[in-house]
Design a protein around this ligand. Structure first.
Ligand code: FE2
Length: 382
């Protein structure tokens, strides 16, 4: 689908930037575990004194890992102190940064960074940014006039390190999910729809997602050309604390909950990721007994292989999707990755898997002592 279908001219997901405590250590984890290549570096050696960044890539994936090199960058330190490691900003490539930004701000978007040209001898990259949930940003980027790696001031890595990683076959971003506080979901869906000319694609109401203990509400907004898909979750009252409430408490606010990464062969990808050290949620054998009994089960993959790797399957119309979820990757139970493979035009998000998935998450919440409804000492700021 071309960008002509989208007046904002959205082409694709571009990069996601994470703020972390130690960029070098986390970059090694991404390289080793996700099988990404350390493709570029920015830091004191390239004229940036306060921060260090590593660009990690594979196929369409671009992750930037940024950490402090000095105690003087208060924006970075403030984020880390409050949220821990997390997604600071995600970027979409657009035809025209200036007009996408103008559309957003004239429809109510909160400005973070006006359009600017980042220039060096190789040309320029244009960027602008608007505010998303709490301390998160959405960046518009265009690099049509740049012919070097990533952005000005980045250089090729100073050292090439062989981390002996299995090939994971990861392709690109499928969707990015935000968690927000109770009663904020519709506000943010409206924000996307009006500022970015998105549309609400799915609206999961009370009773659609949950177990007998905990529940959530979710809306999925997407760009008119369907390239960018962004589910937004908010907690819903249940007997026990939902995973979204746990996130909001532990992240001290709203932010990006997970990024789903596409693959063309999920069995191979998951086997490689497990070998590289990635931890996934556990799925009970009974899930596969129920799946086997479904009359509409018509999938290319061997069910025993899916069971062996604990991969979930959701059938929708003529298509189906395969997915599984990693455990939170940092110290707090906040951000995690999803791995997904779509077949036959599947466009869903695994609604049929929510029950098994949430029961698995609740087991981990219980281990962390975060499933109960006891009052917390410090409430997140509103
Ligand atoms: Fe997802």
């Amino acid at each position: 689908m071309s960008t002509q279908d989208d007046p904002i001219g959205i082409r694709r997901y571009d990069y996601v930037e994470f703020y972390v405590g130690s960029a070098k250590m986390v970059a090694y984890w991404y390289a080793k575990t996700l099988g990404l290549k350390i493709s570029a570096y920015l830091g004191p050696e390239t004229g940036i004194r306060e921060t260090v960044s590593y660009l990690l890539t594979k196929n369409e994936l671009k992750f930037v890992i940024t950490g402090p090199a000095q105690p003087t960058n208060f924006e970075l330190w403030g984020f880390l102190q409050k949220h821990g490691d997390g997604v600071k900003r995600w970027a979409v490539e657009v035809d025209d940064v200036e007009s996408a930004f103008r559309h957003a701000t004239s429809h109510g978007a909160v400005m973070v960074r006006r359009p600017e040209k980042l220039v060096d001898d190789h040309g320029y990259v244009e960027e602008a940014a608007i505010r998303l949930y709490d301390d998160t940003e959405l960046v518009y980027v265009n690099r049509d006039n740049y012919d070097y790696i990533f952005k000005p001031k980045y250089c090729i890595p100073l050292q090439q390190i062989n981390l002996e990683s299995e090939d994971t076959g990861l392709v690109g971003i499928d969707h990015i999910v935000g968690n927000v506080r109770e009663n904020e979901m519709s506000l943010w869906a409206d924000y996307f729809n009006s500022c970015m000319n998105f549309e609400t694609f799915v609206d999961f109401k009370h009773g659609d997602i949950g177990t007998k203990f905990s529940a959530l509400l979710s809306k999925v907004v997407r760009s008119k050309n369907s390239i960018i898909r962004n589910p937004i979750n908010e907690p819903y009252q249940g007997i026990k604390k939902s995973q979204i409430e746990e996130y909001i408490e532990q992240y001290y606010g709203s932010g990006v909950q997970h990024i789903a990464i596409r693959t063309e062969d999920i069995v191979k990808t998951v086997a490689a990721l497990r070998k590289n050290g990635m931890e996934f949620l556990t799925i009970p054998d009974t899930y596969y007994d129920m799946l086997r009994e479904r009359e509409d089960l018509n999938i290319e993959e061997d069910l025993e292989e899916l069971k062996k790797h604990e991969i979930l399957c959701d059938i929708e119309g003529n298509g189906y999707l395969l997915q599984l979820f990693a455990k939170p990757i940092g110290d707090r139970p906040t951000f995690f990755f999803e791995i997904i493979q779509r077949h036959g035009g599947s466009e869903g998000f695994g609604k049929g898997n929510f029950q098994a998935l949430f029961e698995s998450i609740e087991l981990d919440q219980e281990l962390r002592g975060n499933l109960g409804r006891e009052p917390v000492d410090v409430m997140p700021p509103c």
